[in-house]
Every structure is written in C-alpha cells, then in structure tokens.
Write a protein that binds this ligand. Structure first.
Ligand SMILES: C[S@@+](CC[C@H](N)C(=O)[O-])C[C@H]1O[C@@H](n2cnc3c(N)ncnc32)[C@H](O)[C@@H]1O
Length: 282
C-alpha cells in the first residue's frame, strides 16, 4: 500500500512538471518579449533627440584632460576625450591617498604616467598587457604583468601578487568575453569603496552592455517585507549578495562604471516620516 502511494505521488509530481514547465516557459518568453518592447520604446524615444551641435570644452577644471592635452610628445596616451570627465567624477576622492590602480591595456605607457600624475605620490599603478614590450614601463611605483585578460588562471596568479586594488580601468582587448572574465575575476577582489571602469563599449547591441544590464537587473531586485505597523520599516527589502556590496552602476557613452559600497548593506528600508498623509495612497 505504502509503495502504491509512493508511486502515485511520483506520478503526480511528474504530471505537475509536465503541466507547469511549459506554462513557466511561456511566461518567461512573454516576459522577455515585453523587456525587448520596452527597450525598443526607450531606443525610439532616444532617437527623437536632436543634436545641439559642437560645444567648446575647457581644460581648467579637469586635471586628467590637462595632462593629456599637455602630452604633445613622449609616451603615447589614447583615450576618448569624454572619459576624462567620467574618470574625474568617479576617481577624484582617491587623489592624494594611497591608491592601488590597475589599467588593463598599457599600449605605449602614457596612461600609466597620467594615473601617477593624477593620484599623486602615494599611488601604485599596475598595468596588464599581452605584449612583452610593455615590461619597459615597469618602475618602483608601476608593476607590469604580461597576460591575457580573458585567462582566469592569469587573474588567480595576479590576485595573489596584488592583494589590494581600489580602481580598475579595463582598456584592453575590448571583446565582451574578455571584459566579462576580467570583471568576474576582479570585481569581487576590489576593495570596499572601489571603482571598476570598462571602456570602449561601442555600438548599439554591444554584448558587454547586455551583460551590464543583467547586473543592473540584479541591482534592482526587490525582496520586500512590509511591516504596516512600523513607519520606520513600512517597506523593507533584504539586500541580496550583489546588492549588499555594489552601490551603483553607471552607463556612459562607450563606458560603464561600477562602484562598490564602503560598508556592506543588509537591507533597503523606505520609512515614512511625518503625521499628515493624503488618503489616496496607503
Ligand atoms: C587601446 S590600447 C590601451 C591604451 C592605453 N590604455 C592608453 O590609454 O593609451 C589596448 C591595449 O590592450 C592590449 N590588449 C589587447 N588584448 C588584450 C588582452 N586580451 N589582455 C590584455 N591586454 C590586451 C593591447 O596589446 C594594447 O596594448
């Protein structure tokens, strides 16, 4: 009898899978279609904007652009001009402090000079490139590693030699699989409060941008618990692992910036303060 019951239970379970799995898959497909429709709507709206034309730009308020513009000879630097504004916005708080910065992609060494000039005498610059020639840019305050940013074993070795990193600038091979591998190997290793920058995300449909939008979806996950009796905990959402260490993700033309929290966060709370409330919302 017990055996019969067990067989019946197994049959029920198998039947439930057959009925619910296609329904779940259909829901997922509908959700994916809906996401694509919303993306298309956003892109269509963005396409309606007209360009105001060229704007004059000044050096004065950006030490990185000033350094770049003054580099008329010597070791070459190759950057999109608007990156200097992105860098300065996210990195200025590190200036003058002990900071450990890695740039993936050394090329002719000039950007390593730029980081030294920007962050000051207490910074250590690390550079990674596939090309052995880049070893010539090594110095007391600059360490050069030769390796492929798409190689997870390379990063495992790198992490043992570089236990502390505050900033990563990925200006290497620019292929999505290289960018994703480097990010997966280095973002967890970055210090609290650290900044991770990925460059050259050109073109609509860029696959690494799609990867970043997956990170953004996770950053927006909501696991809410409502406590209606307590105005301080009127809405609470438990922070998932990624949310507890990542503070923000920023998207710029051809670049993405991820900032880590200085302290891990356990939950998001949305308290209500005040005593007078309109009746139309609960
Ligand atoms: C655009 S250049 C870097 C420019 C430099 N950061 C600057 O600002 O002047 C790209 C560099 O990435 C290196 N690179 C290409 N593929 C790589 C990979 N898979 N891993 C590490 N470096 C790579 C190239 O050898 C080249 O030196």
């Amino acid at each position: 009898m017990a055996k019969l019951k067990r067989i019946a239970r197994r049959g029920e379970k198998a039947l439930r899978k057959i009925v619910t799995r296609p329904a779940a898959r259909a829901r997922q497909r509908a959700h994916a279609r809906e996401q694509t429709d919303w993306q298309r709507q956003g892109a269509a709206f963005a396409d309606t904007w007209l360009s105001p034309g060229r704007c004059a730009r000044s050096d004065d308020d950006n030490p990185l652009r000033a350094f770049f513009n003054a580099r008329t000879e010597g070791r070459g630097i190759w950057k999109w001009d608007h990156y200097f504004d992105v860098y300065h916005r996210h990195l200025q708080r590190f200036r003058g402090n002990e900071v450990h910065i890695l740039e993936i992609g050394i090329y002719s060494g000039g950007s390593l000079d730029m980081w030294h000039d920007y962050f000051g005498p207490h910074c250590h610059v690390y550079g990674v490139d596939t090309q052995e020639e880049c070893l010539r840019y090594q110095s007391d305050s600059t360490s050069v590693f030769i390796g492929d940013q798409a190689d997870r074993d390379f990063w495992r070795r790198f992490r043992t030699e570089v236990p502390k990193l505050d900033v990563v600038v990925d200006d290497g091979g620019h292929q999505p699989h290289q960018q994703a591998t480097s990010l997966e190997e280095l973002l967890p290793h970055l210090q609290p409060g650290g900044v991770y920058i990925v460059e050259d995300l050109h073109s609509i449909g860029n696959r690494f941008v799609a990867y970043v939008s997956g990170l953004i979806q996770t950053l927006n996950a909501y696991r809410g618990i409502a406590d209606h009796a307590n105005p301080e905990r009127r809405k609470v959402s438990e922070a998932a692992g990624f949310q507890s260490s990542i503070e923000s993700i920023h998207s710029y033309p051809y670049a993405a910036v991820i900032e880590k929290r200085r302290e891990p966060l356990a939950e998001f709370v949305s308290p209500k303060h005040g005593t007078e409330w309109e009746p139309f919302l609960r």
